[in-house]
Design a protein around this ligand. Sequence first.
Ligand code: MRU
Length: 358
Amino acid sequence: MSDISENPYVRGIEHVTLAEDRRSVRILDQTQLPGREVYKDVSTPEACFDAIRKLEVRGAPCIGIFAGYAMVVLAQPYIDMNAVDFRVKMREIAAYLNSSRPTAVNLSWALGRMEAVIADHFNDGVPTILDCMARESLAIHEEDRAMCRRIAEYGLSLINDGDGILTHCNAGPLATSEYGTALGPILLGSEQGMSFHVFADETRPLLQGARLTAYELTKAGVDVTLICDNMASLVMKNGWVQACFVGCDRVAANGDFANKIGTSGVAVLARYYGIPFYTLGPTSTIDMSCATGDDIRIELRDPEEIRSLWYREAMALPETKCYNPAFDVTDHELVTAIVTDRGIVYPPFDVNLKKLFA
Ligand code: MRU
């Protein structure tokens, strides 16, 4: 086994960082992976919006971390404003960033935390508010590291050495701060000398499974096999999958959850083949104000992602109608358990998720 503890992808590369002068956020542009590791500095509202919208930063927890840093950077030009005008300006900026992608709750959650800091320190003057915002943004990042580590530990208790695990999309270190959520148990177990066979759905249409999950696991020395999304049924039927681990973008109070489009299909297949199906996510991804999955807004994306984006020439006529939802909702009845940083939650989810926050 390769010495994966040496590998930065297991521990989490610093793929989102706040510049020391707080004038920009440095991101690893995930749209360029796996071919190129390109970092870019973003410092304007439009660049921050685009970074989220275009998936340069992506994955629910990572979007939240980025949003915290972005608020700090975008506040800097207003350091000389009075607190009243400053708060109005920051509300505008938060609303703008929040409109970049609707489904992952971590975005509005992190923006809400930053706005709460402004309210709490309103009378202390803008320079102090700015210092507190910077501290809060770093805390969001640090807390995510700790939550991912605990999710990895809980998740590891659900699998055995040698297991085959199927995952969909990317819920690894790149989607979070470190370890990831769905990939956390696999990376942690590998660090401890266990071995797993991971089947990574390529994840149409944006290929996060192929471009990011297979990349992260390969770099970490984990045995990963890339499959097209429509091959999941066969590998399950062959008996090669002992558990499904997927991430989540928003978990409703009844246990329904949104995740990358195609996740609900994996859950249906897992039920048919009697394979446990887990979603793993930090408590920051649970939205108790959302009663069921019907209340989750699903992002619709550009048809060109289906027609032409990945091909040398377009694979459909320009006039071909496309439907391109970025996420779907998995019904809680198909979920074996929700693995969080505060423990493993089993059905009935409406009762047990409430206990988690009690
Ligand atoms: O569109 P993306 O790439 O942001 O979608 C990401 C997912 O669906 C992940 O599974 C989810 O955000 C969980 S990340 C820990």
